[in-house]
Design a protein around this ligand. Structure first.
Ligand SMILES: *Cc1c(COP(=O)(O)O)cnc(C)c1O
Length: 463
């Protein structure tokens, strides 16, 4: 221990090497599928196993005791690299992104102001420029933030500033409304509440039986809001919806919004990454009509959580959100400060994770990942609907698939799979009925995995 609390460099190198070895074994074992995908020990027992109280009280960890501790920590967690990980929309991070987390952890450049990390800030700026180009916002601006929920809030704050510029100083007018399908991610309703509109200001749009916005009934939705004395400040569409993975039909919705002077927000947290796949880009046709788009990197761009982009078509809209003087960002001699565009003050160097994945794999490599996972999910759907007892309510458009087996309690099937540690999947309601739901997201998941999932579910359902 160095007396002045500076890093003991030898200890650091030693512990870091152990971490690399530990993680290498962990990821190998996870990708091979030789360990359970999830363990579900109760927290009290885990706290004991991990010696949490003792470590917190006494400290004194060394590289050796750390190694043992880390092994337990890894074994007790959920393995996102595992082929049977089919649950939430969270990436098995690629290793360049993992290196970025490590570098940031060591150097800590909270770069929301340029002087606190010129390299990190410039990387973020260029990553955003790349994303803006992909979405089709040549005059646009953006910022990276900690996750899609915060990104939705930020984008809708920009929408509020456009509809009610004085809200920042005078408070929110009582008549603002938000048009969104009931299937919108819960962070949209939350944003309405946080922004001071209130949850009741979210006017539900008419949807088809799979929860997609019914384009022909958009005028009725707008009328409903206006008849209730409300002034819609934005319309939210999903690309794609969290529950089903289905995309709203962006172009006609965008045209409707333009015609009625409505801010068009596209929640592309999960599905905007399809822009990188030649084969799937059409799913986002019309996205360039949006006023704002959000796009998560920790879902399909293979970074750890959380990295989300808030992208706006007109750069000044984002500066106006926080009532800064519109200070469009460009390279100046003194750099630029992204702090005026985010809820966060200090902020992690989020751009680095995206950048290193791009630098390593290329836009093409990331696009292929998206295309392969979407294709694997499609094959799962083909396999499932051929089998007796399985019911699939729709053809998947992304890597999210909902299905049922038999008429029994689907939640019970899921519970057993998790308890066994054999498969990790989720469930979702489609048309008011509980379905099993898989997100094919780990690169290790192959057709064999998906076939054995169907086998296991059939066996459990028939038991
Ligand atoms: C995941 C998701 C979000 C929330 O993103 P976080 O990064 O988890 O906060 C919002 N909208 C949609 C459509 C999503 O799929």
């Amino acid at each position: 221990m160095t007396p002045n609390h500076a890093w003991d460099i030898d200890d650091f190198v030693h512990a870091a090497e152990m971490t690399v070895q530990g993680l290498a074994a962990y990821v190998r074992e996870s990708q091979d599928g030789t360990a359970p995908v999830i363990r579900r020990r109760p927290p009290g027992e885990l706290a004991g196993r991990l010696g949490l109280a003792r470590w917190i009280r006494e400290g004194g960890m060394t590289p050796e005791s750390y190694q043992e501790w880390l092994d337990t920590y890894l074994v007790e967690g959920t393995r996102l690299h595992h082929p049977a990980y089919l649950a939430h929309q969270t990436a098995a991070p690629d290793f360049p992104a993992a290196l970025a987390d490590f570098v940031h952890g060591a150097i800590n450049n909270p770069m929301a102001i340029y002087e606190m990390g010129a390299a990190a800030a410039t990387v973020e700026f260029e990553v955003l420029r790349w994303m803006l180009a992909k979405v089709g916002f040549p005059e646009g601006g953006g910022v990276l933030t900690h996750g899609g929920s915060l990104a939705n809030l930020t984008a809708l704050l920009a929408a509020r500033a456009a509809a009610a510029p004085d809200a920042w100083t005078d408070g929110v007018p009582g008549d603002l409304a938000l048009l969104a399908p009931p299937s919108a991610h819960y962070s949209v309703t939350r944003a309405a509440a946080i922004l001071g509109l209130g949850e009741r200001a979210v006017v539900p749009l008419d949807v088809d039986d799979l929860g997609r916005i019914d384009v022909t009934r958009l005028p009725e939705g707008l009328d409903r809001a206006r008849r209730a004395g409300r002034r819609p400040m934005a319309l939210v569409a999903a690309a794609c919806a969290t529950g089903t993975g289905l995309y709203d039909d962006l172009r006609p919705i965008g045209e409707f919004c333009a015609e009625h002077d409505l801010w068009f927000h596209v929640d592309g947290a999960h599905g905007a990454s399809a822009l990188l796949s030649e084969e799937h880009r059409h799913l986002l046709d019309g996205v360039e009509l949006a006023d704002s788009v959000i796009w998560d990197a920790h879902k399909m761009l293979r970074t750890s959580g959380l990295v989300a982009a808030v992208l706006v078509r007109r750069e000044g809209d984002l500066d106006a959100a926080f009532r800064q003087r519109a200070s469009y960002l460009f390279y100046g001699d003194q750099g630029f400060d992204l702090i005026g565009r985010t809820v966060e003050c200090s902020k992690a160097a989020l751009g680095l994770k995206v950048f290193l994945n791009l630098a390593w794999r290329g836009e093409r490599g990331l696009g292929e990942h998206v295309a392969e996972r979407y294709a694997a999910a499609h094959r799962f759907w083909e396999l499932a609907r051929e089998r007796p007892g399985f019911h699939c309510p729709y053809e998947p458009e992304s890597n999210i698939v909902c299905f049922r087996y038999g008429d029994g309690d689907q939640a019970e099937i899921r519970e057993t799979l998790l308890e066994e540690g054999s498969f990790h999947l989720t469930s979702a309601e489609v048309g008011g009925v509980r379905h099993l739901r898989v997100t094919v997201i780990a690169p290790a998941t192959d057709d064999k995995t998906l076939e054995s999932l169907l086998d296991r579910i059939a066996a459990l359902g028939d038991a």
